[in-house]
Design a protein around this ligand. Structure first.
Ligand SMILES: Nc1ncnc2c1ncn2[C@@H]1O[C@H](COP(=O)(O)OP(=O)(O)O)[C@@H](O)[C@H]1O
Ligand SMILES: [Mg+2]
Length: 364
């Protein structure tokens, strides 16, 4: 059994777990949540506050976490290793990269994290930055893997945005929107795969200049599978958006008063995904531009997705006015579509030794 003390609400974690499992089709740990004031929670506090640990990141970490805990998440122990550790081995790394299923799962996880507004694993935190200047988003600790179990997503996050933000400002929509740009999709796949390579090189003291043929070719093969996974994830979100709203999103909404009290909801994010990404064609273009999806979202009867409320009988002019509220004037890089889109800092592959984009993130 694994126990995690949570300082803040555990509802978001439970929601992210469910979404990733049911919509993404990716394994997550089975878990239960106990409030620290419950009988189970008090028993856990007692055990943890007197437990002896020898692997704390900071002395007294467990004690302080236990004191601050609002909930405990009790999980199954995942019989797998975080990718940060397992890819130190070249055979393991090349086998992983060549495993189509695992690489497609990573791609689907990129799409799920985007919908959820989660930026502690695979998705950039700030799409307004030029790609070359973005922080390395990759946290390999939050992806577990074993050859038997495949990919298991842990430490899952959901970010319900507070009511002050407009839907277009929400990270959920910004991250999803970014995936409407093929360059961004390639960049995310590239960031993950080149991060695996760097992890391996660093652990083994191998210089970036030394070319490793099997590694370069296996990562090159993996790229398309990750990209395919991203598109599969997007169309799954788009296809499930309405269903998800009634089953997952609607049922969970009551748990997130911050977004429920706002002028837009999780259902609106789902509808945005549906408008934007349903019917993605083989050329891998989303069916609608970001702007057009926002305009249609604002025009949907009964929606209250911006300060300018739009109703069914609104004229086109009012729809346009509402859209003007939704689309920020200084649209971030990722929202530029088509011919004006700036090229990303790095093309997809080939995976060369020193090919990583300038990363200066936590894990770089
Ligand atoms: N259910 C689990 N089974 C096995 N190991 C786990 C489990 N949950 C977490 N871990 C291990 O603990 C590490 C930290 O857990 P995580 O939930 O990511 O916490 P944090 O919020 O501190 O990043 C993970 O990288 C993983 O190695
Ligand atoms: Mg973690």
């Amino acid at each position: 059994m694994a126990v995690k003390a949570m300082q803040f609400s555990a509802a978001e974690v439970a929601y992210a777990d469910k979404f990733i499992k049911h919509v993404g089709g990716i394994k997550v740990p089975e878990s239960r949540v106990y409030e620290s004031s419950s009988a189970e929670g008090r028993a856990l506090s007692e055990i943890l506050s007197t437990a002896k640990v020898d692997s704390e990141r900071r002395a007294g970490e467990l004690k302080s976490q236990t004191e601050k805990a609002a909930h405990y998440v009790v999980m199954e122990v995942v019989q797998a290793m975080p990718l940060s550790k397992s890819v130190r081995d070249l055979d393991y790394l090349t086998a992983l990269a060549r495993d189509e299923t695992s690489m497609q799962e990573v791609g689907r996880l990129i799409a799920m994290d985007s919908f959820l507004g989660s930026a502690d694993r695979l998705v950039f935190r700030d799409y307004s930055e030029h790609p070359a200047d973005r922080l390395d988003p990759i946290n390999l600790d939050n992806i577990m893997h074993s050859p038997e179990r495949g990919i298991v997503a842990i430490d899952n996050e959901f970010l319900p945005v507070d009511e002050s933000a407009s839907i277009s400002d929400s990270p959920n929509v910004q991250y999803l929107s970014a995936l409407g740009n093929k360059d961004e999709v390639d960049l995310l796949a590239y960031s993950f795969l080149s991060r695996l390579e760097r992890q391996y090189r660093r652990a083994n003291g191998i210089s970036p200049e030394q070319r490793i043929e099997t590694l370069a070719s296996s990562l090159g093969e993996a790229h398309n599978n990750v990209v395919d996974g991203i598109y599969a994830g997007l169309s799954k979100i788009a296809a499930d958006a309405v269903g998800v709203e009634s089953n997952l999103a609607q049922a969970q909404l009551s748990q997130f008063p911050r977004s429920a009290a706002g002028n837009w909801s999780l259902g609106d994010v789902a509808r945005y995904a549906n408008l934007r990404f349903s019917g993605i064609d083989v050329s891998r273009e989303p069916s609608l531009s970001h702007e057009a999806a926002l305009v249609r979202l604002a025009a949907t009867p009964g929606q209250q997705v911006s300060a300018a409320r739009v109703h069914a009988d609104d004229t086109n002019q009012q729809v346009a006015a509402a859209a003007a509220h939704l689309i920020p004037s200084g649209a971030p890089y990722s929202m530029r579509q088509g011919p004006q889109a700036a090229p990303s800092a790095k093309p997809s592959g080939p995976y060369r030794t020193h090919a990583a984009p300038r990363g200066r993130g936590r894990h770089a």
